[in-house]
Design a protein around this ligand. Structure first.
Ligand code: PLP
Length: 391
């Protein structure tokens, strides 16, 4: 078995994908061209949101969100320690303070009760925003977060990098897709090759707010506008473009959007496959004593988990990690808690009681989960995991 290693996640590139990229290369546009808008429109339709802004990567998407929301030195924003560092770093890029609240050990999501306690432990107006993450693909109950945010005047950025196609069901019985902007002000996605939809590098911001949408578009390209109706000094001539604020070059090339569009057309098929893989893991690990292995599998009613990751917790994590590597299985850990990173320790974010996050980290391992993982490969993974932990 396995002349080649089995990673925890990987992209799936088809001949159609390659043809789409080749076509883009033969066209007039390498960078901003018609495929950018097409990708935005198709992605917005898939998620069920009004506006989408395609950008260079998920981190740029987060930075544009904090810029558009006016995060500045003195702003205080709450997020989860169990996420990729960029969810927190985007606040620091704008000089704001990051506050971490603990996770719910069952869902592994930012615990809304811990967020509420943190907010209520401070004077009114202390915090400006919250960044919940659909960790592993488990959709955050954003309806609950919206209630909390409205009570305290906070904005919400949903980091939906793990969850395109995931949804929860709200109190009105409606399926609310991750990133659809029904409850969050802004949401972001990544098209890094380990994510559901790969464009190489790439990201997307989604929103239903027309003002935020306009701000994101201008900030994406240097803060420069060429919109004639919107110029402060309109008398220069046809060449004139106006830099009105400090923006960035966070554009995504047309070439990469060609790949993104092609991949997006298979998003639902990929999600189906992820569900089947989760199902097989669930069945295999069912009934294993919790002191040996705790699987974070398919959740109950009304939720579609997008399964970017299939996470288990085990006692001897280092042992299992090394054992799997010896057998060609490259499991990974998501994540080392962000507040324990030297950068965050050095600026003093050590203090908080985040023991659920730290307990989770002590045993966490992400098993291979990607649409092109074959059943044979998955059975080999299961056999090795069980062989190591017992059962
Ligand atoms: C991947 C990821 C990002 C960053 O996306 P990039 O495209 O790699 O910049 C941010 N947040 C989460 C939760 C991610 O998984």
């Amino acid at each position: 078995m396995s002349e080649h290693a089995i990673p925890y996640g990987r992209q799936h590139i088809t001949d159609e994908d390659i043809a789409a990229v080749a076509e883009a290369l033969r066209s007039d546009y390498l960078t901003t061209g018609p495929r950018v808008e097409e990708f935005e429109a198709k992605f917005a339709e898939y998620i069920g949101v009004k506006y989408a802004v395609a950008v260079a990567n998920g981190t740029a998407a987060l930075h544009l969100c904090t810029l558009a929301l006016g995060v500045h030195a003195g702003s205080r924003v709450i997020t989860t320690p169990i996420t990729f560092a960029a969810s927190a770093n985007c606040v620091r890029y704008c000089g704001g303070e990051v506050w971490f609240a603990d996770i719910d050990p069952d869902t592994l999501l930012l615990d809304i009760e811990k967020v509420r306690e943190l907010i209520e432990s401070k004077p009114a107006g202390y915090f400006q925003g919250v960044i919940p993450v659909d960790f592993a693909g488990y959709p955050v109950d954003l309806e609950a977060y919206r209630h909390l945010a409205d009570q305290h005047g906070l904005w919400i950025i949903e980091d939906a990098c793990h969850a395109p196609g995931g949804y929860f069901t709200d109190s009105g019985g409606r399926q609310q897709w991750c990133g659809n902007g029904a409850y969050a002000d802004l949401a972001i996605f990544s098209f890094h090759p380990v994510k559901h939809i790969a464009s190489g590098e790439g990201g997307m911001v989604t929103t239903n707010d027309p003002e935020l949408y306009e701000r994101l578009r201008v900030l994406r390209t240097h803060g420069i506008t060429r919109d004639r109706g919107n110029l402060r000094y309109p008398d220069h001539g046809g060449w004139y473009m106006e830099m009105q604020q400090l923006g960035y070059n966070y554009r995504i090339p047309d070439i990469l959007c060609a790949l993104g569009i092609s991949q997006l057309s298979r998003a639902e098929a990929g999600l189906d496959r992820r569900q089947k893989i989760a199902n097989l893991y669930d069945e295999a690990f069912q009934g294993m004593p919790a002191n040996q292995l705790r699987a974070h599998g398919i959740p109950t009613d009304g939720i579609r988990h997008a399964f970017h990751l299939y996470v288990v917790e085990v006692n001897d994590r280092l042992g299992l990690y090394d054992y799997l590597r010896e057998h060609g299985i490259y499991a990974q850990v998501h994540y080392v808690p962000v507040h324990t990173m030297p950068y965050y320790r050095d600026i003093g974010y050590e203090a908080a009681d985040l023991h659920h996050a730290e307990d989770y980290y002590a045993g966490a391992l992400s098993l291979p989960m990607y649409p092109s993982l074959t059943q044979e490969e998955q059975e080999y993974v299961i056999e090795r995991v069980k062989g190591f932990v017992g059962g």
